[in-house]
Each structure stands twice: as structure tokens, then as C-alpha cells.
Ligand binder design. Structure first.
Ligand SMILES: Nc1nc2c(ncn2[C@@H]2O[C@H](COP(=O)(O)O[C@H]3[C@@H](O)[C@H](n4cnc5c(=O)[nH]c(N)nc54)O[C@@H]3COP(=O)(O)O)[C@@H](O)[C@H]2O)c(=O)[nH]1
Length: 524
């Protein structure tokens, strides 16, 4: 994933991370507030239905009692008994006695008019006949429920069913299960009640919350407007939204941190190693006597997914520090073998120099890796030079062991950037190297008035004393090349000849050089 993508992804995640927890907590507060209100409404509906059923059962039991007394119909004692029960059983407003479908007497006394029995709305499973709403013929009062057991009938005031102390905003309705209204409180709209009974499951409409309880064929519905839960909602929000804000903050900080880590140079380098984003450029190494290309130094570059090329100075120090240099060296070896295998197999006079890290020199780990890569490649070990800077040779004992092993395998071991460290003649003697590369900073002094001008000739003398092959780095002018050749330096690299270049350009450069410096034909 490139930087732009990481940043875009980070921004999207941060926005989601910032909004989602707060939105979820807002939703959760709403659910909690609705849940609390519905719990309250359910309790209310339950209390209502139990109260209504209790009133109904009390009336039924009073009527059964009347039936069981066996008193002479409409006698003084019969009417007194009906009156007593009317006074003692709260829901009952009046008890009447019917004979031949005509009302003969009531708890008020003997009936003088002919009053017929009202139409029965429904009969309960235990044979009780119920007329839901009936205007009393004797008292002419409010409509009541008529309950008939045998010859007796009780008028029950349905307002008693919903006789509860509740908030004005809450409405109660009692209906039969088929929706026929029985009683209500605070005047719920019949259409609203019908709709709620139809869509029972949700308990929420765009304007109201409701809950219900059913018992013995009746349903009680408790309803309240949504606006009435504001206080509850605010209480839940004041508890939960700060938690959501805290989680949002945590997520945003986490996303920020992860993105920063992901954007850190080390993370980028790790991904580059994983994705094998490294390519190798080759800088020709020429023979100073005739300018022929005799080899190349493999120089790694990091090609980012967007195509930009990163120079090693920008990432090798971090790679060395983090240990990522080891897999990078391995990738360079693989690439070199793949790139130059054909050419090196064809031209045994050619070589390629690979840069080793200090850790590779210290541990010698690279040698078996190289051995394996060269197996079946057609490249001979002596065609692969191994270069390391003085820093790589700091642990002299282990460096000596690695150099010895490398040379035993047939590789040429070279000291890179010579002169920039503290190498002494004694140090060089101890290492048993094959070649020494003079650092560009000394080559630069050639032909110039500079305090370190004399150093080049000292380095050359030292190398010759140790019988080392000398390679000059960073040769940029003909004058430098002439000087170096005249002082016995064998090989050179530098922009005077060619910069480090991609494989196809290097192969073209090599072919060109071969045309001009064809090896002499064998004698017939
Ligand atoms: N451990 C590894 N180190 C590596 C590897 N590949 C490269 N490197 C080291 O990175 C340093 C920078 O390398 P680079 O940017 O490729 O520069 C090289 C040449 O391009 C540059 N050069 C060569 N000639 C000239 C010149 O005439 N003028 C001029 N201004 N620059 C020139 O010098 C660099 C080669 O240096 P050296 O290795 O010392 O020969 C550098 O230290 C590389 O070693 C790797 O795979 N592993």
C-alpha cells in the first residue's frame, strides 16, 4: 500500500472510528430509554389487565353467590341481597334478576317497566354471557358492561377496570383480543389502538411507544407519546455518549498511531523487503590501461510501487540498523545471479562485485546463501567479488574468518571506501584481502591543491606493498584516470566511464566495450 493509500485509508478509518462509537452509543441510549419506558408500560398494561379481570371475576363470583342463595325471586330478602352485594362488590353498579328474558327486579327494587335482556356480545368458555356496552335502563347512567350468570345480571362500570393513578400522557385501553373496545383511560384514539394491536411486535410507532398484556381473551394496552421519554433518553445519553466519545478518541488515536507507524520509514522498508521491491543497477568497472569493461559493481535501488527510485544512501543506514540489510543482501544476490548469470557464464574474464553489510562480514551468514544461489547458475565463484567497508571489518577476528572462508571458496575479497576509516598497514595485513578500493574523496583530490592530496599516493603505495589489486572509485575526469594509471592502479569506476545503470543498459555497455576491446584471437 503506498503512502497516499495509507493516508486515505487512515482518514477513512479515523472518520469511521470517530463517528461510529458515538452513533452506536446514541442508538444504544435510545434503545435503553425505549426499553425502560416499555418495561414501565408493560408493567402498567399487566396491572391494568389483572385489575380488569379481578373486577370481572368479582362480579361473576357475586352473581354465582346470588344464584346459590335460592331466595324467592324479587322478594324483599332477594332484593336486599342484591343491594348488599352491589354495595360490597366495588365494580358492580347494579344487579338485576331476569325471568322469561324480562327484567323483573334489580338491586333498586321491583321493575315496573318491561325491560328485555340486551343482545349478548360474547359468551365465555365457562358460559358467562357478556354485553360489552349497555346503557342501564333503570338508572339511565353511563354505558356499562352487563355480565349474566344464570338469571342474574350485574352491571359493571368499566371505568373501574382502568382505575389507576398514572401520568396524564399515558393512555390505557382494554379490548377483547379481536380488538373490540372494552374500556380506556385518557382517551386513546380507537384507530391508534387498532393499529397497535395489529402491529404488536414492534412496540414503537413513529409517534408512540406502547406495550400490552393479555389475559382470558382480553388485552390491555399502555401507550405513551415518544416525546414523553425525553428525560429518560437524556439521562441515558448523558451516561453513554461520553463513553462513545472516549472510545472514538481511543480509536482515532490508535488509527493515527498505526498510520504513523505504517508510514514510518522502517515500516515502509519492511514492506519493501516483503514485496521484494529492490532492483540492482550496475556500475561498470574498467581496465585503466585500455578502458575495457572488466566487471561491474552491483548497487541496489529501491523501486517504490509508484515507480520512484530510492538511492541506497537513503535506506541502507536504516536497513543496517534494523537488520533488514540481511534480506536485502539476499535479494541483491538473487537478482545479480538472475541478471548476469548468462553474461558471466559466457565471459569468464568478467566479474561482479556485491556489497556486504557489516553483519554479513561479522557472521559469515552470507557465504552459504551465496553458495546456494550460485549453484547451477553457470557463474564461477571467482567471478563474484565481495566488498565491504572498513566498518564491516571492525570485529577483526570474525571478519578475518569470513574473508578466509570467502577466499577459500574462490571469491575475491575487497575493502571498499578505503581511506575513510582508520585502517592501518597492520590492519590490512591481518585481513588477507585481494583488492582495495580507493574512496572517491581521495580520487577527487587528484590534480587539486588540497591538504589530503598526498594521501592517494600513500594509499597506492600501501596497497602495492601488500600486493593488493587497486580499484579507484569515483573517477570523473581523464586527468584522474591518467594519474591513477601512471601510479599503477589497475581498475577504475566512475562517471568518467559510466554511472550505475539498469541491467539492459549495462549489457549494452558491456557489448559495446567487447566490440572495441575484443580479446586477441588464439594463434592458429
Ligand atoms: N550493503 C550494501 N550497500 C550498498 C548496496 N548497494 C549500494 N550500497 C551502498 O550504498 C551507497 C551509495 O551507493 P550509490 O548511491 O549506488 O552510489 C554508488 C555510485 O553510484 C557512486 N559513484 C560511483 N562513481 C561515482 C562518481 O564518479 N561520482 C559520484 N558522485 N558518485 C559515484 O558511489 C557509490 C558506490 O560506492 P561504493 O559502494 O563505495 O563503491 C554506497 O556506499 C554503496 O556501497 C548493497 O547492495 N548492499
Amino acid at each position: 500500500m503506498n503512502r497516499t493509500r495509507v493516508i486515505a485509508y487512515g482518514i477513512v478509518m479515523a472518520i469511521i472510528g470517530a463517528i461510529l462509537p458515538i452513533a452506536l452509543m446514541a442508538q444504544f441510549s435510545w434503545t435503553q430509554a425505549v426499553g425502560a419506558e416499555q418495561k414501565h408500560l408493560t408493567e402498567l398494561a399487566d396491572r391494568t389487565i389483572r385489575r380488569a379481570k379481578l373486577s370481572f371475576d368479582q362480579a361473576v363470583s357475586a352473581l354465582r353467590q346470588m344464584e346459590g342463595l335460592g331466595l324467592l325471586p324479587c322478594s324483599r330478602a332477594h332484593i336486599d341481597a342484591m343491594r348488599r352485594l352491589t354495595m360490597n362488590v366495588r365494580p358492580i353498579e347494579e344487579i338485576g334478576y331476569f325471568n322469561d328474558n324480562l327484567l323483573r327486579c334489580t338491586s333498586w327494587g321491583v321493575t315496573e317497566k318491561d325491560i328485555s335482556r340486551a343482545r349478548v356480545d360474547y359468551v365465555t368458555p365457562d358460559g358467562i354471557e357478556v354485553t360489552i356496552s349497555l346503557r342501564p335502563s333503570v338508572t339511565r347512567g353511563d354505558p356499562m358492561m352487563a355480565i349474566q350468570v344464570g338469571a342474574h345480571n350485574a352491571l359493571v362500570n368499566t371505568a373501574r377496570f382502568t382505575d389507576l393513578i398514572i401520568d396524564d400522557v399515558i393512555q390505557l385501553a382494554i379490548t377483547r383480543n379481536d380488538g373490540t373496545p372494552i374500556a380506556d383511560l385518557n382517551g386513546p384514539a380507537p384507530a391508534t389502538v387498532r393499529d397497535m394491536l395489529r402491529g404488536r411486535a414492534s412496540g414503537v410507532t413513529p409517534t408512540h411507544l406502547y406495550a400490552w398484556a393479555s389475559h382470558g381473551g382480553w388485552t390491555a394496552l399502555a401507550i405513551q407519546p415518544r416525546s414523553a421519554m425525553q428525560e429518560n433518553l437524556r439521562r441515558e445519553q448523558s451516561m453513554l455518549i461520553p463513553i462513545g466519545a472516549f472510545i472514538s478518541l481511543f480509536i482515532v488515536a490508535l488509527v493515527f498511531r498505526l498510520s504513523r507507524e505504517r508510514l514510518s520509514p522502517l515500516a515502509e522498508l519492511q514492506i519493501a523487503v516483503k514485496k521484494r521491491e529492490f532492483v540492482v543497477h550496475y556500475q561498470p568497472m574498467v581496465d585503466l590501461c585500455n578502458g575495457a569493461c572488466v566487471g561491474a559493481e552491483a548497487l541496489v535501488r529501491w523501486r517504490r510501487p509508484d515507480g520512484t527510485m530510492v538511492h541506497p544512501d537513503m535506506f541502507i543506514p536504516l536497513a543496517e540498523e534494523s537488520g533488514l540489510i540481511l534480506p536485502i543482501t539476499d535479494q541483491v544476490i538473487d537478482t545479480v545471479v538472475r541478471d548476469l548469470g548468462g553474461m558471466l557464464a559466457q565471459d569468464r574474464a568478467m566479474h561482479v562485485a556485491i556489497n556486504l553489510s557489516a553483519e554479513d562480514v561479522r557472521t559469515g551468514r552470507v557465504l552459504p546463501v551465496l553458495s546456494k544461489a550460485l549453484e547451477h547458475s553457470g557463474i564461477q565463484n571467482q567471478q563474484v567479488w565481495l566488498e565491504a567497508t572498513e566498518r564491516g571489518f571492525m570485529d577483526i577476528a570474525s571478519a578475518r574468518a569470513t574473508v578466509a572462508k570467502a577466499r577459500a571458496m574462490g571469491h575475491c575479497a575487497a575493502l571498499d571506501d578505503f581511506g575513510t576509516g582508520y585502517s592501518s598497514l597492520q590492519f590490512l595485513q591481518g585481513l588477507q584481502l585481494d583488492a582495495l578500493k580507493i574512496d572517491k574523496s581521495f580520487v577527487d583530490t587528484i590534480g587539486k591543491e588540497s591538504a589530503s592530496r598526498a594521501v592517494v599516493s600513500h594509499i597506492i603505495d600501501m596497497a602495492r606493498t601488500l600486493d593488493l589489486l587497486i580499484v579507484a572509485e569515483g573517477v570523473e575526469t581523464q586527468a584522474q584516470a591518467d594519474y591513477l594509471r601512471e601510479h599503477g592502479v589497475a581498475l577504475a569506476q566512475g562517471w568518467h566511464y559510466a554511472k550505475a545503470m539498469p541491467l539492459d543498459e549495462f549489457l549494452a555497455f558491456y557489448q559495446q566495450s567487447r566490440l572495441h576491446h575484443r580479446p586477441p584471437a588464439p594463434h592458429a
